[in-house]
Design a protein around this ligand. Sequence first.
Ligand code: CP
Length: 313
Amino acid sequence: MNFQGKDIISMNDLTREEIDHILAKVDQVRNLPEKGRLCAGKVCAMMFFEPSTRTRTSFEVAMRNLGGEVGGFYDRKITSAEKDESLWDTVKMHDGYGFNVIVIRHPLKGAARLAAEAAEIPVINAGDGPNQHPTQTLLDLYSLQETQGRIDGLTIAMVGDLANGRTVHSMTEALLKYTDCRMIFISPRDLAMPRFLIDKCRKVGAQRNITVEEGSRIEDYISEVDVLYMTRIQVERLEERMAVVEKLRSIYRLEAGMLRNARPTMKVMHPLPRVTEIAPDVDATPHAYYFEQARNGLFVRETLLALILGAVQ
Ligand code: CP
């Protein structure tokens, strides 16, 4: 399987075989004695039009761990986008300066796809508005395998702002490539999973023994799930509805006491950053996995860069 030069824009673009291949490569790349030379001479352009801690930092460290370098920007205010330069032209410039791969985060759905059309070099979507965050999903899938030993057959509850959370959209699309999963979407009605994704789950899921349910209370499902995937309310996409946000924050909050009846192997995951949706007392329980999950992002992104830059196959 050859990923050299491949864009990573949406989980829809990857087959199950390709996803499994990437996940299987992670442990191999992570431990390669020659890892520090795999991408020597290669440079990654970081084009971040939105804030980021984990995605930005882990891509940077991943590139350096592979012997490569990074350039680019992390704040649109220091770019000529502030002078109304188009995304197309901004990408074209980075494409022509000798970079080997672009990692882009942008507030608009479809921006990463547009960047991939503008660029000759491969483009990795680091989050495009409420749409997709495929590298987060790859590290989430790796974390499912790490903690549960499998992905097929899992019961996963996704909780919070399912309308605007790109990580849960990517995750849902990915799980539809597996079999026998039970997906439970827990959110207030205002922030429910988009209808088109529920419809897709029902249609595609029927062929794969995948079921979907919608609920509104975390407590109703805690004892039944393998993974509780918490998400934050995406305030940056709900600016004019702050009153709703405050109300939801108090309702969608996981506390350690609520985990009394959880399965011993149940893990709480979260793409982070968390705000109020996971109380600090959950961190000390054996169910908390979000910091390990974030660390897995480094290993998954190293592998992805090595594959796309042709350093491994
Ligand atoms: N999970 C995630 O994308 O985190 P950052 O926004 O900090 O990159």
